[in-house]
Design a protein around this ligand. Structure first.
Ligand code: F6R
Length: 593
């Protein structure tokens, strides 16, 4: 959450790099954006705007900036409302700071600084870091030492970068809990510190990821270079890795939005996941499996439970990471602990994984970003092959997650990838009139997504997608559970999306659908072509509409259903005129608890 970029250069156009990186980082938060830089007279300047990076870009373009050093930030608000005062960077006596994470002891530090005479202009936890550094400089420390001292006083999680107007050739960064990478441009004229590889995609080919407690000092002398200090203040060498994020990954490739592009990549992602899966894991040696994740990744885990128990006959628990880490869970010996995360940075999943490791268990991460914190800390890593996912709502990553798990537990040889690819493509190419259906759905007061068996996790995913994109409440339910309470909500303004392929559960979900229709609820039934003959009872019922998927093997229905519910959420949000790539209040990489 929150995107960070900073640059130190021999060229005087760092504002261009800052703004272009912030545009790429917008998926990390878009409540406000800002930059701070030293102008040609080494005076600290700051520009901040509320809302998307485009507003900041407009303001920066009017400012005619000549600067060799600067920092930038896109904010996902934690402490304090979405206002310009709360937008980063925060400043104090020539020091400017941007921050991702949460400073837990900020109240205490703030009181101390207020008693020293500092006045605060924001409600943020970040501003204390700027004031604290300024206060240490005032007491006689140089910029680097003042920063190191300040960082040592912070409790919480953070990635912070700082500049100071009396040290125009020094850029500083610190990492604890939130990711941070440093890189130098191929022409060696500029160095950057950023919150991820995406920010640096056009700027640096090689990156060094900081480790917990590291501080990086970037300096400009005869050449640009950086030195990394560990928690004990020793100079350390951290491994350099190639920045694999390319410009194509960052482009919409002709699609109107990233989300649509990413849904249309779902079949390719399935094929790539299958082709590149080379892991050899003997799952039979484990007595049970625990899957821990958040959001859409958690739903991939719920689906995995159905498959693993059915095909591999191993008992599976699936847990929400934020609950698992605090509920004094009893860890089981000889259990395979799997952590699923697209970003690899979700703090709850990361901390749950650390907890399992601390208890002496081995951990396996299923992650899409192999340079991420979760990937770097796990004992074993399975890289999902979704490619870069930019749309804030996760789509293609889910496909890569569920297929990777299916392969892991039943083996490639037992999977017909052609059938999966065909199933997804048949949805993408079916020519369903999504615009018309979406218009109908857009009138709903709320939604239920129901399903049984493996359709149930997809119902959960469908409900999450529609609520996060259309801001209407939606619940995913096992079809059989509606009558135990939720059916009280049903009336003519409630839409139920019933996921009922012609499998062993079909008849039962159809009965539940009838219970909804009997109470004037509206239903969109997603079923398969082979069910047509069994749907006579719905003839002439204006409250139900059916969408037919191609017939397939039962275990592949989740793939086609996923693509369908993703498109449905997409078009419903579009018909309401919402920004599907950046739904309100969200961010893609959730690095706060
Ligand atoms: C929903 C969505 C989120 C993420 C969740 C976990 O569309 O994107 O629910 O799935 O924040 O993120 P990762 O998978 O990065 O750990």
């Amino acid at each position: 959450m929150c995107g960070i970029i900073s640059a130190l250069s021999y060229e005087n156009n760092v504002s261009d790099s800052l703004i272009s990186a912030l545009s790429r980082l917008e998926y990390r938060g878009y409540d406000s954006a800002g930059i701070a830089y030293l102008d040609e007279n080494s005076q600290l300047q700051r520009i901040r705007t509320v809302g998307k990076v485009q507003y900041l870009r407009n303001a920066v373009e009017k400012s005619n900036i000549n600067s060799c050093i600067g920092i930038g930030h896109t904010r996902w608000a934690t402490h304090g409302k979405v206002t310009e005062f709360n937008a980063h960077p925060h400043v104090a006596d020539g020091v400017a700071i941007v921050h991702n994470g949460i400073i837990e002891n900020y109240q205490e530090l703030r009181q101390k600084l207020v008693s020293e005479g500092y006045k605060f202009e924001s409600e943020t936890d970040t501003e204390v870091v700027a004031k604290l550094t300024a206060s240490h400089i005032k007491s006689g420390k140089n910029f680097v030492d003042a920063f190191k001292h300040s960082i040592g006083e912070l409790i919480g999680t953070f990635a912070i970068v700082a500049i100071y107007e009396k040290s125009p050739d020094t850029l500083l960064g610190a990492k604890k809990g939130s990711p941070m990478a440093v890189g130098i441009s191929p022409d060696k004229k500029s160095a950057y510190i950023a919150s991820d590889a995406v920010a640096l995609s056009t700027l640096a080919d090689e990156l060094t990821y900081l480790e917990e407690g590291d501080i990086v000092v970037v300096t400009k002398g005869e050449q640009i270079s950086y030195t990394i200090f560990d928690m004990q203040n020793n100079i350390v060498n951290r491994q350099k890795v190639l920045n694999k994020v390319s410009l194509t990954d960052m482009s919409k490739s002709g699609y109107e939005t990233f989300m649509l592009k990413e849904i249309y990549e779902e079949a390719i992602v399935a094929r790539r996941t299958y082709d590149s899966y080379k892991y050899d894991i003997d799952v039979s040696k484990f007595d049970n499996v625990s899957i821990i994740a958040c959001g859409t990744s958690f739903y991939a885990g719920v689906l995995a439970k159905y498959w693993i128990e059915k095909y591999a006959k191993i008992p599976v628990d699936v847990e929400i990471a934020s609950e698992f880490r605090y509920r004094n869970a009893v860890l089981r010996k000889n259990s395979l602990y799997i952590f699923i995360s697209q970003s690899g940075e979700t703090i709850d999943t990361l901390c749950a994984m650390r907890l399992v490791k601390e208890n002496g268990m081995k951990t396996m991460a299923l992650v899409n970003v192999d340079s991420s914190s979760i990937a770097r800390e796990a004992d074993y890593v399975i890289k999902t092959e979704a490619g870069v996912e930019i749309g804030v709502a996760s789509t293609k990553a889910f496909i890569a997650q569920i297929l990777s798990i299916l392969i892991m537990f039943i083996g490639k040889e037992n999977i017909n990838i052609d059938a999966i690819e065909k199933a997804i493509n048949s949805v993408l190419n079916a020519g369903f009139d999504f615009a018309r259906i979406a218009k109908k759905l857009a009138g709903g007061r709320s939604f239920f997504y129901i399903g049984r068996g493996t359709s149930y996790p997809i119902a959960l995913e469908g409900a999450l997608k529609i609520k996060e994109l259309t801001y209407v409440s939606a619940e995913g339910y096992p079809s059989g559970e509606l009558k135990h309470g939720p059916i009280a909500i049903i009336d003519e303004d409630v839409f139920t999306i019933a996921l009922a392929p012609f499998d062993q559960y079909f008849e039962k979900t159809i009965s539940n659908t009838q219970e909804i229709l009997a109470r004037d609820g509206k239903v969109l039934l997603i079923t398969t072509e082979d069910a047509t003959a069994s749907l006579g009872m719905f003839k002439n019922n204006a409250n139900i509409e059916c969408v037919f998927l191609k017939q397939n093997e039962d275990k592949y229905y989740p793939f086609a259903l996923t693509t369908l519910i993703h498109l449905l959420a997409y078009y419903t949000a579009k018909s309401k005129g919402y920004d599907v790539d950046k739904p309100r209040n969200l961010a893609k990489s959730v690095t706060v608890e």
